[in-house]
Write a new protein. Structure first.
Length: 332
């Protein structure tokens, strides 16, 4: 994605967060503040709440339908969203955490910040997404509602002089020295997803693989938006992202030079979810938003806003997905 897009997106979310923090400091963000009954506060990440993300239009449609205002606060990435909510656990500001995934579910459950909740229209989402995201088939364990998904993949710039690797092992070869951009697993769900992928393939030899991969890594960025922006600016020929990422460039006439590589060993899937915070200020409004999030109306915005597959199978995919979003073999 273009640098101007990423900068604008981050600026939009930063302003939203600063405004939100100012309001909280003035009002105290008290749980029983009646003004909060007309507002749902959502902790999320920049590429969702940014101007070109799906978040703003989802918020507009939700407010139009319910009269409830949506306020997004950009907390960084999924790991950072959870960290902020954990700090505020005893006096939560947010009603919803949006952007946690199946690789974080153990930490989310251990944190105890979310309540069990299943929307009344939950049947719009397939059972396998529910059970994989929540790591359980027991509905009493469902604390995250799936809203989108995709497979992690290496994205390759076919216009570069670097050949396309065919496997994770391939990327350890000397030809890929300083060729790969990864994300920090401590702050990014994409970074954590790459580690999960390596673990799924290499098992107890995952650490050895990462040590052998080090010469191939140009940098480890703090977030997906920063890392992917570096990639599209041509700083490296390979970046960790999603199989659906190249569809963006095709959709907006930027060509098909960026390719999602399908590796022979298979890929792990990321399923993103949203959950309601325990003791949140506006539980009624939060439940209404959660139901709207997986409705046909909201889900139709995700393919060209999130560049992920929508969890609701009724949603319509653009032609660019057929051209540039391969579906690889899934490994767990």
């Amino acid at each position: 994605m273009k640098k101007s897009y990423l900068m604008a997106m981050r600026s939009y979310c930063l302003v939203s967060l600063l405004v939100f923090m100012l309001v909280c400091s003035l009002s105290g963000c008290k749980k029983n503040d009646s003004a909060r009954l007309g507002e749902v506060v959502i902790y999320t990440y920049d590429s969702f709440c940014g101007e070109w993300g799906a978040g703003p239009e989802i918020a507009r449609l939700f407010e139009e339908k319910t009269g409830i205002k949506v306020t997004y606060a950009d907390c960084g990435d999924g790991v950072q969203i959870l960290s902020k909510a954990l700090i505020e656990k005893n006096a939560p500001y947010a009603d919803i955490l949006l952007g946690l995934d199946n690789n974080l579910i153990a930490k989310v459950r251990e944190s105890g910040v979310l309540q069990n909740y299943i929307p009344s229209n939950a049947s719009l989402v397939s059972n396998d997404l529910w059970t994989e995201l929540n790591a359980s088939e027991n509905k009493k364990d469902f604390i995250l509602t799936p809203y989108d998904y995709s497979h992690f993949a290496m994205i390759w710039n076919s216009a570069s002089k670097t050949p396309a690797p065919t496997s994770l092992e391939d990327m350890t070869k000397p030809i890929y020295k300083n060729s790969i951009i990864l994300m920090d697993a401590r702050t990014s769900t994409v970074g954590l997803g790459f580690e999960s992928w390596v673990k799924a393939v290499y098992g107890d030899k995952a650490e050895d693989y990462m040590n052998r991969l080090k010469p191939s890594i140009l940098t480890v960025s703090p977030s997906w938006s920063v890392g992917y922006g570096m990639f599209t600016e041509g700083e490296a020929p390979l970046v960790i992202s999603y199989t659906t990422s190249p569809a963006y460039h095709v959709e907006y006439g930027e060509g098909d030079q960026f390719k999602a590589l399908v590796f022979e060993e298979g890929h792990v899937r990321q399923i993103e979810g949203a959950g309601i915070v325990k003791n949140c200020p506006n539980p009624k409004g939060a439940k209404e938003f959660m139901e709207f999030l997986i409705s046909d109306e909201a889900q139709n915005l995700l393919p060209i806003g999130q560049w992920m597959f929508p969890s609701n199978s009724n949603a319509v995919l653009p032609e660019s997905y057929k051209a540039a979003a391969p579906v690889p073999k899934t490994i767990k």
